[in-house]
Design a binder for this molecule. Structure first.
Ligand code: SF4
Length: 63
């Protein structure tokens, strides 16, 4: 599974980090950065919650 970020849609709300701090970090302005493109085993649910938490649909899971 991959967690993908469309940075053109990210508005820096920072909500995505809460459900998956091991997958997402925020830069100094609050914009998301993916820590690991490939979701580690056992973190799939967190990745889905992370994608669902974004009000701007900037994140999606694939695979
Ligand atoms: S919740 Fe969405 S808009 Fe907000 S920082 Fe995360 S990816 Fe960006």
């Amino acid at each position: 599974m991959k967690l993908l970020l469309d940075s053109t849609r990210c508005q820096g709300y920072g909500l995505c980090r809460e459900p998956a701090p091991e997958l997402i970090e925020l830069d100094e302005w609050g914009y998301a950065r993916i820590i690991a493109l490939t979701v580690p085993a056992g973190a799939e649910e967190a990745a889905r919650a992370c994608a669902d938490s974004c009000p701007n649909s900037a994140l999606r899971v694939e695979g």
